[in-house]
Design a protein around this ligand. Structure first.
Ligand SMILES: Cc1cc2nc3c(=O)[nH]c(=O)nc-3n(C[C@H](O)[C@H](O)[C@H](O)COP(=O)(O)OP(=O)(O)OC[C@H]3O[C@@H](n4cnc5c(N)ncnc54)[C@H](O)[C@@H]3O)c2cc1C
Length: 347
């Protein structure tokens, strides 16, 4: 039996663990996740009758293998499609109809976090939530890995280690890892070179419906303080009838500048922007709000294959959107499936 340790319960590691389980590999899998929820940046929260995806908005049906995973291999009950179109706006906040895309924009009635829940749910993996890995250890003689969390608890030994955190967090863990190898230095350098866009998100609730023809609005000029606005009520099961829930994502520059500002002030500023763009003054005064800063929201570079392969030779496998080469949920899932395939072949 192969003992596998996994850092992070994001979409990529959930897909990899699922793929390993369904390929019949004899493995004992232990996942350590720092947060209280599953699926990382494809995150869902609940508040009273509201369910909302406050990180990734949806998974696009842009990859055949991921479509097959979500609609055939996994239970597709509760899969919902935000079928209204996405319109665009410009630096002045002027809205225009966008081009209709053919792709589905999927979430679940219970939110995107369902993806990781359903994937892990089909495996025997043990998932420890609220467990942040602080140190990676390597025993060169035994060729095994161990993990120490922030409570000082030790996990392992593992024959194989999977690392799913965004590139800067993976680089930080590897920087201090007790693993003396040129592959470690190469991977630290390559992961440190992956830059990220930051997103600050406001969630705005209103007790009235919005009469607009679109699901989402995107700033194609990248010059407005707001990059994206979408309506969670377009996803079945997320918002009670007659109410509205807006997800407002600030652009990178605004998000970096205001990251440490008072969150209430940030929410007020973004509500004002939303009112101006949508053209409805009532949006300045939401009756309930939430917010989240995503420092490492969207990777802009791809990890060079050689750096990944050198680490794999020694039993450490990195995976995620930054390894798959695109800041997209379907890319993270695809990368997880492919990592699971390669690891199953190796075992
Ligand atoms: C605001 C925002 C909007 C987005 N919108 C979209 C969209 O509409 N469509 C789309 O396709 N994509 C979107 N994305 C991108 C999408 O969310 C990601 O590409 C995808 O979720 C990445 O999955 P992953 O498995 O690679 O990594 P992650 O989801 O980042 O998973 C990594 C996991 O590792 C955990 N972790 C990190 N460090 C440690 C540690 N030390 N110990 C234990 N656990 C740790 C994290 O908590 C996390 O659960 C968006 C992202 C953000 C932030």
């Amino acid at each position: 039996m192969t003992r596998i340790g996994v850092i992070g319960a994001g979409a990529a590691s959930a897909a990899a663990v699922f793929q390993l389980a369904t390929s019949g590999v004899d493995a004992e899998v232990t996942v350590l996740e720092k947060s209280g929820g599953l699926c990382g940046r494809a995150a869902t929260r609940r508040h009273e009758a509201l369910t909302y995806d406050y990180g990734a908005n949806y998974v696009k049906s842009a990859d055949d293998r991921v479509v097959d995973l979500l609609t055939e291999r996994l239970d597709d009950e509760g899969l919902v499609d935000a079928s209204e179109p996405i319109y665009t706006f410009d630096a002045e906040g002027d809205v225009s109809p966008g081009r209709d895309a053919d792709d589905h924009k999927w979430s679940y009635e219970a939110g995107l976090t369902q993806i990781a829940k359903r994937l892990f749910g089909r495996t025997d993996a043990t998932v420890h939530r609220r467990t942040r890995v602080e140190t990676i250890g390597h025993d060169a003689e035994a060729e095994t890995w161990s993990l120490v969390d922030t409570d000082g608890d030790r996990h392992g030994p593992f024959d194989v280690l999977l690392a799913n955190p965004p590139a800067p967090q993976t680089a930080e863990l590897l920087e201090t890892a007790e693993w003396d190898s040129p592959a470690r230095e190469r991977l630290v350098d390559a992961a440190s070179d992956v830059s990220y866009r930051t997103i600050w998100t406001a969630v705005l609730h209103y007790e009235f419906p919005l009469d607009v023809p679109y699901y989402g609005l995107v700033d194609t000029t990248k010059e407005h303080a707001v990059g994206w606005i979408s309506r969670e009520e377009c996803k079945a099961g997320h918002v009670p009838d007659g109410e509205s829930l807006l997800i407002v994502q600030a652009n990178h520059e605004w998000s970096v500048e205001h990251y440490d500002d008072d969150p209430d002030e940030n929410v007020d500023r973004l509500a004002d922007h939303a009112a101006d763009i949508v053209g409805d003054d009532r949006l300045r005064d939401p009756d309930w709000t939430d917010n989240q800063g995503w420092r490492y929201a969207l990777p802009e570079d791809e990890l060079p294959t050689a750096a990944r392969e050198a680490a794999e030779e020694e039993g450490l496998w990195v995976l995620g959107d930054w390894v798959g080469g695109e800041a997209r949920l379907h890319t993270a899932l695809r990368n997880g499936l492919e990592t699971g395939d390669r690891l199953a072949d190796r075992l």
